[in-house]
Write a protein that binds this ligand. Sequence first.
Ligand code: R5P
Length: 288
Amino acid sequence: MRVIQGTSNRGLAKAISERSGNKPIITDIKRFPDGEIYCRSLEPIDGEDVVIVQSTYPDNNALEALILAALAKDLGARSVTGVIPYFGYARQDMVFNEGESFTARTMARHLQLSMDNIVCVNLHKENTLEQFNDVRSSVNISVMGEIGTFLKELDVDFILSPDKGAVGYAREVAEFANCGFDNLEKTRIDGKTVKMAPKELDVNGKIVAIVDDIIATGGTILRAQETLREQGAKKVYACCAHGLFTDGGIERLSPVLDGLYSSDTIENPTSEISAAGPIVEYLMTILG
Ligand code: R5P
């Protein structure tokens, strides 16, 4: 297999190439003066199993993923595998209100036009994979094991998910961090504000990590950490797979936390945990 390093995730793509013992394909990916994307492979790739590492967020990265996949097909790649570290529009995973777009499905339909295999990471909802209905294989990899191992080093002794939907993540992380876990119950008021139902937690004097799939505005984490402080937690960390950090999320959260960490599915100053391990492990099973 040979890796094309898309511009969204150069660090992760480099780690994937190195771990799998393959030199990345030399490419020239840049912008024309008008902002349009230019992609060129500077070496032949016909007959190769090509792995494209590129997120589909924000929109220009999605377009780059589509262009790179079509390019690999046009140049005669034997197979094209899309490693999509962060699948943009993952949260638009159904029609919530009549007449609106089912955008996660739209994205899947377009990506599978030139991709034979799809590798996603901690999709907001696992069943979004079903939208890739015309590929050889599709998988949802989890980095929660890596997060758990990382938190174990910080001597974390309790894991908390901010809502019921994320309790599976808390369970997975706790298994690797070798500690207990629980969940809060969140109600979203608006895009930036959430409310937590009162709940007594066994966190007095403990080092606690809040774990979620995505941190966006930080509203969810902010409220969860308040609950933990009120109940006597000694230290509060927050950790996620995808650090979107919209609207100054890092600046809002850093002062109130003892540590803020994310994986490298979205590269940012907090992405200290790499998703490369489980991704390469899976790629080896399908591409050898
Ligand atoms: C929602 O269900 C997700 O799992 C996250 O909890 C949510 O995206 C976090 O958003 P924010 O950081 O804006 O509260």
